[in-house]
Design a protein around this ligand. Structure first.
Ligand SMILES: Cc1cc2nc3c(=O)[nH]c(=O)nc-3n(C[C@H](O)[C@H](O)[C@H](O)COP(=O)(O)OP(=O)(O)OC[C@H]3O[C@@H](n4cnc5c(N)ncnc54)[C@H](O)[C@@H]3O)c2cc1C
Length: 430
């Protein structure tokens, strides 16, 4: 059986490892256009600002593919013929498969009004190619505007600032990363990023654009800002344009429609995993999950399904962590931000416990539904998401969680206790 995997990032790698672990004799081919060897996209920005070297981001030991008899092909797939079970490469000969995994990830969502200026001062930060182009263009002292208030936006603003560029972070919404942070939490992030020297402008929808010689002028309608470079960070879309006439059904924005076992709904023997796969979320909605660890889990599930196992992929409880300069962010469970998403939480009694420490930039928000803790959002301190996930699973009540909070400190020995103060609030609603 020949398993062909397009994509050598987290989803593709985990699928290949899963297949090899279970089937000594399977023929496995992993194709990647981006890099010959797998690297962690999550760490790419730290290469940009000089904190890591590219080889530090490799998450698969060199020699692994040879040892596991996986054939690694560094080439671009330009077309898939699902009915003929073949993939066509830009440079190499077509490859015949028995089972095919699409683990082709994402590309940056383009800024519609700036599309014509791609490569002329307008950049993105998702692929290695994006990284290399920006790396060549960015010089210390230049003025740069990062457009987009999400995670990639804040990280891009941080590393451009660390590279010595005069950085403006433009956020259309009233506050940054509104799907993950409430107004108060976002204010803390914004103050922290501004304190490091980034010009943070919320409520700045970029509506106009003009070229002025080598510079770019951006308008919010009421204000103009002139910069040398623009970095668009308004999200990602599945990297599936090359599948247009392949026989594989694509959904909203090009994600591959999958069944519960990650088999594509339309093409026999074709599976999808990672950022490009449209999957079912805990709330029943269907869209891609664009996280590193869900890519890992989906890759494992798809690998098992390709071997013929009965598989039902469902994401476990949500968790994520990040750092804005040196400000920690940790989340676990269900933390609805109804105000930002305009979506009412599901029926039930919702309560929100919140505390901000008076002497350091640190907050903790705990969401309670029907007397059980269902979610945590924290800034400033590091917490153990494993412990939080366990408590959510054990359906712990808020008083119990507050009493045991110390047990979820990430590094209990070295971190002072997060005190529960009388200033903490408990409000109805989420
Ligand atoms: C800057 C940045 C920071 C991030 N930080 C975090 C974070 O802190 N935490 C987190 O959970 N997630 C983070 N993410 C998201 C995370 O990186 C992705 O969810 C994850 O990389 C998706 O993995 P994947 O295997 O689906 O595909 P990708 O990592 O996107 O890789 C796609 C693979 O497909 C290959 N490919 C694509 N098209 C073709 C083709 N036509 N022919 C051949 N090969 C092809 C590429 O070569 C590549 O190997 C970040 C993303 C970015 C861009």
């Amino acid at each position: 059986m020949h398993h062909v995997i397009i994509g050598n990032s987290i989803a593709g790698v985990e699928a290949a490892l899963t297949i090899r672990k279970r089937d000594e004799r399977a023929r496995i081919t992993v194709i990647s256009s981006e890099s010959a060897h797998p690297f962690a996209r999550t760490a790419m920005m730290y290469v940009f600002c000089g904190q890591l070297r590219q080889q530090d981001t490799e998450f698969v030991e060199r020699g692994t593919w040879e040892r596991l008899r996986v054939s690694a092909v560094h080439d671009r797939v330009v077309r898939v013929d699902a009915s003929g079970h073949r993939v066509f490469l830009e440079a190499g000969d077509p490859i015949q498969y028995d089972r095919l995994l699409l683990a082709v990830g994402s590309v940056a969502r383009r800024l519609p009004y700036l599309a014509a200026y791609e490569g002329e001062g307008v950049h993105h930060y998702v692929t290695l190619g994006d990284h290399e182009r920006l790396d060549r263009a960015a010089r210390s002292g230049m003025r740069v505007a990062v457009i987009g208030g999400g995670l990639i936006g804040v990280e891009a603003a941080e590393v451009l600032h660390l590279r010595g560029l005069r950085t403006h972070w433009l956020v259309r919404e009233a506050w940054t990363w509104p799907v993950a942070l409430d107004r108060g939490e976002a204010a803390m992030v914004e103050a922290h990023v501004a304190h490091h020297g980034v010009d943070v402008r919320t409520g700045f929808p970029v509506e106009g654009f003009e070229r002025k010689g080598g510079a770019v002028a951006l308008s919010s309608g009421s204000e103009w800002l002139e910069v040398d470079l623009v970095v668009g960070a308004i999200g990602v879309v599945p990297n599936t344009a090359f599948l247009a006439s392949s026989g594989v059904e694509l959904g909203k924005e090009g994600s591959v429609q999958t069944r519960d076992n990650l088999a594509s709904v339309s093409a026999p023997d074709v599976f999808a995993a990672g950022d490009c796969a449209c999957v079912t979320w805990a709330d029943g909605s269907r869209r891609p999950e664009t996280l590193w660890y869900t890519g890992r889990d989906q890759g494992r599930a798809a690998g098992a399904a390709m071997l013929g196992d009965e598989v039902r992929y469902r994401r476990g409880t949500w968790t994520n962590s990040a750092k804005f300069f040196d400000l920690e962010y940790t989340t676990a469970g269900y933390v609805p931000i109804a105000e930002a998403t305009r979506r009412a939480p599901t029926p039930g009694r919702w309560q929100t416990w919140f505390q901000r420490l008076p002497d350091e930039p640190a907050t903790l928000r705990i969401v309670v539904k029907d007397e059980r803790v269902v979610g945590f959002n924290a800034l400033g301190r590091r917490w153990s998401t494993d412990v939080w996930l366990r408590w959510i699973q054990e359906r712990r009540a808020l008083p119990w969680v507050l009493e045991h909070l110390r047990e979820s400190t990430f590094d209990e020995e070295f971190t002072p206790r997060f005190p529960v103060l009388p200033t903490a609030t408990l409000e109805e609603g989420a």
